[in-house]
Design a binder for this molecule. Sequence first.
Ligand code: FE
Length: 203
Amino acid sequence: MTEHLSHYSEYEARTKAIETLLYERGIVNPDAVDRIVQYYESDLGPLNGAKVVARTWVDSAYRDWVARDATAAMASLGYAGEQAHQITAVFNDSKTHHVVVCTLCSCYPWPVLGLPPAWYKSMEYRSRVVADPRGVLRRDFDLDIPDDVDVRVWDSSSEIRYIVIPERPAGTEGWTEEQLITLVTRDAMIGVKKALTPREVAA
Ligand code: FE
């Protein structure tokens, strides 16, 4: 046992051993575990959010729905569940730039963005982005927000989570929804970046 687990770390080996026992004793069904792992690895992630954003760019009725009730509008595409009981969408435009944080911990809209990146959970981001959002965006994310654009910081909680709908980049007139999806990154939906430009995505 010990020998064939030797390529695992101590914690991995312990986890494997517990997992094997749970399977052998019929306490846990391996298929159920596989489904949960698959859900976190591939069904849940920023591609879902990118589809929502691209849809808001091409379909004004859908955009209105997202503005009114993002939770329901996203659930209509199949993005609902854990950590998404209430999602609010905030829309970037030429006057306002929105950025999202969870000052208390790491609340995040899982079904549309997946699991939060490490920096989102860091004490540094959580404290500094509230005190100096422009500085954090400039220094940490290379994003310069002009002085005549307001920066608004939204504090996620277990009750309400936010997704930023970035502005549709210039030069994408006539693009299909599928093409537009490729411009929408996780960071743009947290508000620490803008959507990619056609030039950036080609590079
Ligand atoms: Fe939190």
